[in-house]
Design a protein. Structure first.
Length: 157
């Protein structure tokens, strides 16, 4: 089951993010009975990937062809990885703000969507886990090489 969720190179497929976001948002709805929360959780769990579009537009040729952009990323044609919304620091600050300011259920749903997306990326994407810290990417000049996990030698597992 997990294997069919992954794309070449180990990246989690967008469809898998959608399926997982629907599942998590449905569980959220079952507990909280918030239709708005369901949709906010679903949207934040999927739309966080819009930062990949920003990276493409900074480095690629202008296009509105989403499939071309997706293949560009999967085939590792990028030089830098900014992905500003994929930031564990911002996620932590969001959870702290929700707790401190006692923000409403819609904010909790927003944070749940982002959190489940980031967890999937940590588990399945071929990036170093600490590369999901924006400060790590910044200190390393957003270089692709600093984000990617080292490739294992052939024959070794």
């Amino acid at each position: 089951m997990i294997i069919c969720l992954l794309e070449k190179g180990g990246y989690i497929k967008p469809g898998a993010h959608i399926i997982c976001s629907i599942a998590i948002s449905s569980i959220f709805y079952a507990f909280c009975h918030s239709v708005a929360g369901f949709f906010v959780s679903l949207a934040s769990g999927v739309l966080i990937d819009i930062d990949h579009l920003f990276d493409y537009y900074l480095q690629g040729k202008p296009t509105f062809n989403i499939l071309r952009i997706y293949k560009w990323f999967i085939n590792k044609q990028f030089r830098i990885v900014i992905i500003v919304f994929h930031s564990l620091e911002m996620l932590l600050l969001l959870w702290l703000a929700i707790s401190y300011f006692k923000m409403g259920i819609v904010w909790v749903a927003f944070a749940i969507g982002l959190t489940q997306h980031m967890l999937l990326d940590m588990l399945f994407n071929p990036a170093r886990t600490y590369a999901l810290f924006f400060l790590y990417r910044l200190v390393n000049g957003f270089k692709r090489e600093a984000v990617e996990r080292p490739v294992a030698l052939k024959g070794l597992r």
